[in-house]
Write a protein that binds this ligand. Sequence first.
Ligand code: HEM
Length: 405
Amino acid sequence: MDTTITDTQKPFSLDPYHVSEEFGFILPAPLAELPPYYQPWMDIAQHVTELIYSHMLRSHILKMPLLNTQLLESHRELRLAHLALGVMTMGYVWQEGEDDTVKMLPRNLAIPYCEVSQRLGLPPILTHADAILANWRKRDPQGNLELLVTLPGGDSVRGFFMVTLLVELAAVPAIKSIPLVINGVQCGDAETVTRALEEFSQAIQGMTDALKLMHVYVKPEVFYGIMRIYLSGWKDNSSMPAGLVYEGVQAEPMEYSGGSAAQSSLLHCFDELLGVKHEAMSGAFLTRMRNYMPPSHKRLIQDISLQPSLRGFVQQQACEPLTAAFQLCVTKLLALRNYHINVVSLFIIVPAARARQLRNQGNISQEETVSRAPRALEEKGTGGSDIMSFLKTVRDRTRDVFNLK
Ligand code: HEM
């Protein structure tokens, strides 16, 4: 067996993909302020929640000046601008709930938002890359974290964004072990691959442990009844069947899916590495979600998929510790997906059933928070998927990897 990387095969490295050694896909040290010229945006973005509650957000946005985006220079400035314009857009569309949405985003928001989106290669809607990866700062020298901008839902919205950030952070050792695995396979070095896969599986366990904090910091009825609508998009959403016109950009409406951790690059990378092959419909949804990621992260997923098969290598080596380490990775990924299904059940399926029950009883009072939830999203995820069948199919295809024969 050849144990060296040949001259033509450069070692695989994370360097070209804007992935940080310390933070993985999380944007390191996001900016909290834009240059002073953009203060009219930040003044609104930092008060979106209060302005939604007072029903004043739309009128503030309509009075906002149309700003030139050319003064935004660095990647970090663009990311903060995309986040700020994103929360304004979600608030503008959903301020009055699902029964009084808008058909058009006004030009003074739509034009700069589309320009910034184009420069970043992101869609003009709030994404996981905005709300989670670029929405944090250290509050104190002890390293406690806080959000830069928020949406309605109080402590639960903070908890939801922060716990998701902690899941991304827990995954960093797994991301770092990807080049070790790929290069080890290239060199036929079973021992290195085994060690890297052991690291990898431990990190997935860390992600599941972090996900468990969702129950501590997020109230299901607040998530379901208040927050979720502000993460929803205008594709596959019956309350905005025609999509949204971005005034001054194009006359035809555009359709975009809402924010979802299905847009996190983590599990996409893991699936490609471990050889999880998705079924056609769920695979198409997940592939579409890659268009909601920073382009360099999307490229990393694609490049992992082009590497020689790890699963094939494990089969071919028939080496007990390697096979065990590989199987453990699949076990841990399966456990993470199973746990996530429980979370979804608690945060969406159970409150949706309660909301339906109240409606059937003719009890449409706003006293129970779940009653305020939009009906259009009862069966759907914020990304627009048919939740449970989608998640279970994805889980079952993960299980298929066990079959090494
Ligand atoms: C209250 C917490 C959460 C809820 C209610 C939730 C809900 C959902 C829903 C409904 C979907 C289906 C796709 C869509 O239409 O959006 C989904 C997909 C997904 N979610 Fe979550 N999610 C939560 C937290 C998280 C966290 C913290 C992560 C980890 C970063 C995560 C990772 C994923 C992934 C990777 C998918 C795509 C399916 C897969 O690859 O297994 N979710 N989630």
